[in-house]
Design a protein around this ligand. Sequence first.
Ligand code: SF4
Length: 290
Amino acid sequence: MTVTTKLALTESLPLSCSRSGSCCFGKQVYINPWELACLAQAKELTPKEFRDRYCEFGGIRLRFDGATSFKGMSACSQYIPDFGCSVHPGRPLVCRLYPLGRQKQNEKQDYIFQGQEFPCLKDCPEVLNLPQMRVTDYITGQAAKSFELVQDEYLEIMQNLADAAFVLLLDSGLAESGDRETLNLWREMGSEEPELLAKRIGQEWINHLMLPALADSLDDPESFSQRHYDLLLTEAELLLNTLDTLSDYSKASGLMMGLALHLGRSLGAKPSELAEHWITTAKEHGAHGQ
Ligand code: SF4
């Protein structure tokens, strides 16, 4: 892709222009488990300490409760006035790509901008004096590739968690029994506020999802996500061994779906759309629901 932007998008951008600009104010920055671990390392905290101090919804979103504001918008919790981003080496993908977004469908990937004018042009006029840069060079300069790789790995994990929810519903006799509660639960969770969904999932499983003990794999993002998936699989198998009644299977299916939806939100997906898509698929395979 060789779209030319009007911006000088360089590695130092968040430090040099966010002091007066808009990029670290009033945003919603969602993070996946590896990004949470990277942010914690940059802040010299454990992932749990970073999550508990600076994140919400169990760790999937950065708090924007900084001391300063810009046009009435609060700063990111990681923003330091007259300095910029305090976790610059570990900043998440969304910050590396800003003001662009990334869209991936099947194997096709696009960098996109949804709007008429880059906000930086309005809020940081000094960027107009900087040289232009192609999008490909900007992405390279932001060292975003490993973050994109992990994002895609976690999309697969999200689908695998949803698949586990399908198996628990369709292969346990639950769907055959005429059960409707499970799909109704999937739908309810899809439209639930993230705070409520995190509560419903429960602290233990939220920790399995967001705080894997994998500090030794932090420098190898592919290994981190694969080992994380193995850990989740182990916990799911332990859960499976405790299931007895159809009601147990329904709850377990709901848990796996809740995890898939919560992880999906952290990756930029809309849980309500995911839930509807998976409900439709489940019905096509014999499940019941409204
Ligand atoms: S993590 Fe850093 S770059 Fe991203 S919004 Fe927060 S302060 Fe800005």
